[in-house]
Design a protein. Structure first.
Length: 403
């Protein structure tokens, strides 16, 4: 099909999707939540056809190993029904207001964490907004599995969700989506966000989630062995490719940093067997060699089968190439750690804490709003969790006030 023909077909599909919004707006939020839960549970269940398909298609699409994919499906979707019910209740409109859902939404996904689509997809439909999902051309398995599951459990609701993957270098097709959307929610690099924001209509609500990273913190009174096990899981999850993956871990002065580093290395070595890492891309391999070389020059480098821990003393935290390479550094106090963490600004998405979480959260500089959570839970956020300091439904909902 020619580019012009593809653009026309896409416009027709968007028109059909917008027409599906009428039925969606007539639905109760609880019925939408129930159907969403039914769809996600089909994908989570390894005994169902779609569950078995997920365990074949997602590893092939994402580059993650099967054990890592199974872990991601279980931890993200295991309590989907309860979480979606809670989310639906929280999204009920305030008294004295009427909802006026946008006519059409577009969700642009990145391809680094395959479960990252679960929250925004669910939010869009719970907000009663028909949504076009532009999946990553590198990894589109999960949103397409959801599309299949939704068609099986609720064809009417499936009519309000369309998943597409566009070939690279087709800005005309991308513009067709961007120019039609009343809400444009984008996950990706900062350049992608800037480009799409500039091309959107002035009246479009733009919600951007750009490049991000995480950090870890271990207080002097923490159980170092438990902290190492928990933070090792945070590092290993999704092969440290997520925007909440910790790239550096601060250890409070007075704690045995060397002991923690050794324990962290031992835990990562165990996870190399139970949750093995996927194949390392060539370009990441080159960055990894450079990062490890600097680590060896600045401190103590411990490395094994698909992981590395760099103990760099009191050096400032630095970003790793991901793929299970993590730095350990010393900070005098939680306040000093928070000040260093704040230097990452809006790129800081999560801090996993072994110790007093409030001591870290309260010391962050104004305008820095990561998710501060218990170590070991950085990669398992609730569906209701705030992102970049904003509620997850930010941008997807509009109201008419009655006075």
């Amino acid at each position: 099909m020619s580019l012009e023909g593809a653009a026309e077909a896409l416009r027709d599909a968007l028109d059909e999707l917008a027409r599906g919004g009428e039925a969606l707006r007539a639905r109760s939020r609880s019925s939408i939540a129930s159907s969403l839960a039914n769809a996600w549970e089909r994908i989570a269940d390894p005994e169902r056809a779609l569950g078995r398909a997920a365990r074949t298609r997602v590893p092939e699409s994402s580059g993650l190993t099967l054990p890592m994919v199974a872990w991601g499906l279980s931890t993200t979707l295991g309590d989907a029904r309860e979480a979606l019910g809670s989310l639906a209740a929280q999204m009920e409109p305030p008294l004295g207001t009427l909802e006026a859902p946008p006519r059409l939404g577009a969700l642009v996904l990145a391809g680094n964490v395959f479960t990252a689509c679960v929250q925004p997809l669910s939010i869009a439909l719970l907000a009663r907004v028909p949504v076009l999902v532009k999946a990553s051309s590198a990894d589109d398995a999960m949103p397409r599995l959801f599309e299949e599951a939704l068609e099986a459990v609720d064809p009417e609701l499936a009519g309000a969700c369309l998943v597409v993957s566009l070939p690279r270098g087709t800005p005309t097709l991308e513009d067709t989506i961007v120019h039609r959307a009343d809400v444009l929610s984008v996950y990706g690099g900062d350049e992608t966000l800037a480009s799409l924001r500039a091309r959107a209509r002035a009246s479009t609500t733009f919600v951007g989630h750009g490049h991000g990273l995480g950090l870890g913190w271990v207080s002097r009174d923490a159980d170092l062995d438990a902290a190492a096990r928990d933070l090792a899981l945070d590092v290993a999850a999704y092969d440290q490719r997520g925007c909440m993956s910790p790239h550096a871990i601060g250890v409070e002065r007075g704690a045995d940093r060397e002991r923690f580093s050794r324990a962290l290395a031992a835990s990562l070595e165990e996870l190399a067997t139970s949750l093995p890492r996927g194949a390392l891309p060539t370009d990441v391999g080159a960055a990894q060699v450079q990062w490890r070389g600097v680590a060896a020059a600045r401190g103590i480098l411990r490395e094994g089968d698909g992981w590395a821990v760099a103990d760099e003393g009191a050096q400032a935290p630095r970003v790793s190439p991901g793929w299970r390479n993590v730095m350990v550094f010393e900070a005098p106090s939680a306040a000093a750690f928070a000040e260093r963490a704040s230097a990452f600004g809006g790129h800081l998405k999560a801090i996993g804490v072994a110790g007093d979480r409030h001591a870290v959260a309260s010391a962050l500089l104004p305008g820095v709003s990561p998710r501060v959570c218990r170590a070991g839970t950085m990669q398992t956020p609730a569906l209701t969790v705030y992102a970049d300091g904003l509620p997850p439904w930010d941008g997807w909902r509009r109201f008419v006030s009655e006075e």
